[in-house]
Design a protein around this ligand. Sequence first.
Ligand code: AMP
Ligand code: MG
Length: 401
Amino acid sequence: MLNVDEARNHVLESVGKLPLIEVPLLESLGLVLGEDIIAKDDIPPFDNSAMDGYALRQRDIEGTSEGKPVSLRVTGDLPAGKAPTDSVAEGEAVRIMTGAPVPAGADTVVPVELTRAAAGSVLILEELAAGANIREAGEDVKVGQIVIAARTLVGPSEMGMMASLGCAKVKCFRRAVIGIISTGDELLPVGEELRPGKIRDSNSYTVYGMVKEAGAEPLRLGIVADQAGALEKTILDSVDLVDVFVTSGGVSVGDYDMVKDVLGKIGEMNFWKVAMRPGKPQAFGQIRGKPLFGLPGNPVSVMVSFEQFVRPALLKMMGRAQIYRPQVKAILDSPIGRKRGRAEFIRVIAEWRDGGYRVRVTGPQGSGILNSMVKGNALAILPEDTGRLEAGEEVTIEFLR
Ligand code: AMP
Ligand code: MG
């Protein structure tokens, strides 16, 4: 039996990065850049006004004050978007709006609040230093600079920056396509009424959500009966459409647990037991070069195993530099009794209180209690060799939302 780190390392070693694709800028949101973004323009591209006011020569307003204002002749109007044609000479000012280019000759902008308009002229009521209220060309970004490095996750700020720089198309790692299969003769689709012995398939929905939240593309391949032939067919029919398979159920040692056998028959089975709770039985392998995660059937085990193994693997494939959730320390509000030997993932409610995170257990922790995931916002991670924990002790948690 592998421990969680060994299993995860094994998984991560066996997945590679997906190819780069070129996408329109809007579609890059949530993808990882596959190229450095190098500025082909200065941002801003020209010196421009930071205020609505008057562009003028600073020497003309030396010593000016409310009691002894200087009067300048207003020679024009510069709204944003207009290119100046005339320069500003001694004794002159141009009315300028925020974002408009500063005309030649002017070196200072006096905000309108510090002026009084008169017919054809303006009174300047305060002296300002040369350069005041002018945003210099290139003060944000200089041409030739690497503004965003390859491997950066594209968020709203990166999109805005790339728009400023005229990057209409961007090279990114593509999204992984994940084939999702639920196994089990007991499973009904969500729209059906319950019948004796049957339950509705919930795993394909939790997995769908986790795939989407990881930034990958889910492809639902349906419910498959507990027959090796049926599973084999579903996998082989779609192996060219997906980058990764995620199945749930059918990985323990019952008579109907056939995922391992199918994996061994049409692919390669790498491991199937991890020292963790929930989620001890689970299979990992490859079919025609496509990784297959055979997650356990129990609804909480599916989610915890996805978090620990599938999510980091998908993020690695999609080029992410940071593939793990950040971990923080938290103090237990109530004790947790447990046996050593397997790492345990306890669903907790974490909140900030008295200068630190405090956690309490969601309630019953059975691997079928999906409500523990609904109520919890974090997993407390108890290492293999940790025994019972008392209230007030510190634990490591990972926020799930
Ligand atoms: P298995 O690993 O196939 O023996 O399944 C373990 C438990 O998880 C059983 O109680 C199953 O009924 C349940 N289970 C398996 N697959 C699903 C599913 N897709 N949705 C909800 N529960 C499931
Ligand atoms: Mg089953």
